[in-house]
Design a protein around this ligand. Structure first.
Ligand SMILES: *[C@@H]1O[C@H](CO)[C@@H](O)[C@H](O)[C@H]1NC(C)=O
Ligand SMILES: *[C@@H]1O[C@H](CO)[C@@H](O)[C@H](O)[C@H]1NC(C)=O
Ligand SMILES: *[C@@H]1O[C@H](CO)[C@@H](O)[C@H](O)[C@H]1NC(C)=O
Ligand SMILES: *[C@@H]1O[C@H](CO)[C@@H](O)[C@H](O)[C@H]1NC(C)=O
Length: 437
């Protein structure tokens, strides 16, 4: 964070100094002394509060009713109906702005034990979570109600179609949530789930429908692309390489992208300019934000060239927050999501694990683009859910050491989410945006 601020300030400073030196004696005489000192003051404040200025600017870009409520494109406004739409969300209602309410009669939307597709990293009850408080929360937007998730409508819509989630393990969680929301409507002998390398395909046979997940944690080609062995210490992403994976996404009717966590190395990102086969690799280092911007632009370009806006819908899910430091929410030093069973009540809460600057990059790139992508802004609503992570209640691939066992905080997973749980809400929001845009 601190580093970002310094860089942004530096950039602003250099921008400012270059522009003032390019027009030396010309402008000054025209400005009244008063105006000149006012300008100087504004520039001074801008330098001092560089990041906040960016924030305010970013928000203005984002929060206009058009941008927050529709895909980031003005052209969409003129189109009478988006594909698959059956209704409309009330004018001016931002479904991502709201609060969590307890709802024991309508939640969870399915039982953990009734959905065999949940991977053992996400079955918290099976792995000993002692309570299921996290399952009883419903998202309530401030301005309207979310439409009820209608599995029949979703499955009928997918008849003869392909839906694909593309991204990292968090997107895989949302993918599995969608299958859990739908599978009970499909008889046992009519459904299957198979994995082919990076691609996992759930098939609903009599519907001739597939719901797929494609592992591409950076969307672009990287050295972390192996769907099983992808934990490499030194991550490298190849510039301009989206087609390497993108060729496997062609022809889908509904695409749901995400990418975030893998960019958060805490270091600069290594970007490969040539090919992974080059003996001497041509690598440049970019800030996380610049590298992420590059990926966003590649994704939008891919969508523009490969998806037909008259027949398909494309979604992008924003950053999934982690809860690795309990001091963020006023907890004890050294704690994390382990043993958390309540939500965060402070509406303004924003943890230290989630970078606002990355959200701003998304806003900036999408804001400029005419490609109709619907933004699923799940970051803030998930920020409140420190209780919803898998924590220690998941399959461990390696046996835990006595030291770890003595200190559960040390091995709690505060990144991924239990199912059923928070990610069902992400799909309820996807459902809302798909059918009631
Ligand atoms: C996402 O939603 C939150 C909560 O409503 C809002 O504060 C934030 O500005 C939104 N971000 C974007 C990029 O729309
Ligand atoms: C769900 O969708 C189906 C198919 O469109 C429709 O027939 C049914 O009435 C819907 N159910 C509810 C509860 O709205
Ligand atoms: C099944 O769906 C695919 C698209 O996923 C389509 O190309 C094909 O024509 C469909 N087949 C039938 C028999 O409807
Ligand atoms: C878990 O939290 C409760 C209070 O919320 C506390 O009483 C208990 O000691 C904590 N357990 C552990 C193992 O930290």
């Amino acid at each position: 964070m601190q580093n970002n601020k310094t860089t942004e300030r530096k950039t602003m400073k250099s921008l400012l100094s270059s522009s003032s030196s390019s027009s030396p004696g010309l402008r000054k005489p025209r400005l009244s002394p008063y105006l000149f000192s006012l300008l100087t003051f504004i520039l001074f404040v801008a330098i001092l509060y560089g990041e906040d200025f960016m924030c305010i600017f970013g928000r203005q870009l984002q929060l206009g009713p058009v941008d927050s409520e529709r895909p980031f494109s003005r052209t969409v406004k003129k189109r009478e109906k988006l594909p698959f739409a059956v209704g409309k969300t009330p004018e001016g209602c931002d479904v991502f702005s709201g609060r969590w309410v307890r709802d024991e009669s309508n939640r969870p939307l399915y039982e953990e034990s009734e959905c065999p597709y949940i991977q053992p990293q996400l079955t918290c009850l099976e792995h000993g979570r002692p309570e299921k408080e996290y399952q009883y929360w419903r998202w309530q937007p401030h301005g309207c109600d979310l439409p009820r998730f209608n599995a029949t409508l979703m499955l009928e819509t997918l008849r003869g179609k392909r839906m694909m989630y593309i991204g990292d393990s968090l997107n895989r969680g949302q993918y599995v949530s969608m299958i859990c929301l739908l599978h009970s409507l499909i008889p046992e002998d009519q459904k299957s789930m198979e994995t082919f390398g990076s691609l996992t395909v759930f098939t609903a046979k009599e519907y001739n429908a597939t719901i797929e997940f494609y592992w591409a944690p950076f969307l672009l080609e990287s050295n972390s692309d192996d769907a099983v062995i992808h934990r490499v210490s030194d991550r490298i992403v190849r510039k301009g390489s989206i087609n390497k994976h993108g060729k496997h996404w062609k022809g889908v009717d509904i695409a749901v992208f995400n990418t975030y966590l893998w960019w958060m190395t805490g270091l600069k990102m290594k970007i490969l300019l040539g090919s992974f086969d080059d003996e001497v690799k041509d690598i440049v280092e970019l800030t996380t934000e610049d590298a992420y911007r590059m990926a966003m632009k590649s994704m939008l370009r891919w969508v523009r060239l490969n998806m037909d806006p008259k027949k398909t819908r494309v979604f992008f899910t924003s950053m999934s927050p982690s809860h690795a430091k309990s001091i963020d929410w006023g907890g004890v030093e050294g704690g994390n999501c382990y043993n958390e069973t309540t939500i965060i009540e402070d509406p303004a809460y924003w943890g230290s694990d989630c970078r606002k600057s990355v959200m701003e990059v998304i806003g900036e790139v999408f804001g400029k683009s005419k490609v109709p992508i619907t933004f699923l802004n799940i970051t803030q609503l998930s920020n409140y859910r420190k209780d919803a992570h898998t924590s220690i209640y998941k399959k461990q691939w390696n046996p835990l050491t006595p030291e770890q066992l003595a200190n559960p905080v040390s091995y709690a997973d505060c990144v991924h989410w239990c199912l059923p749980g928070l990610q069902d809400t992400w799909n309820e929001l996807l459902f809302a945006k798909l059918f009631y845009p």
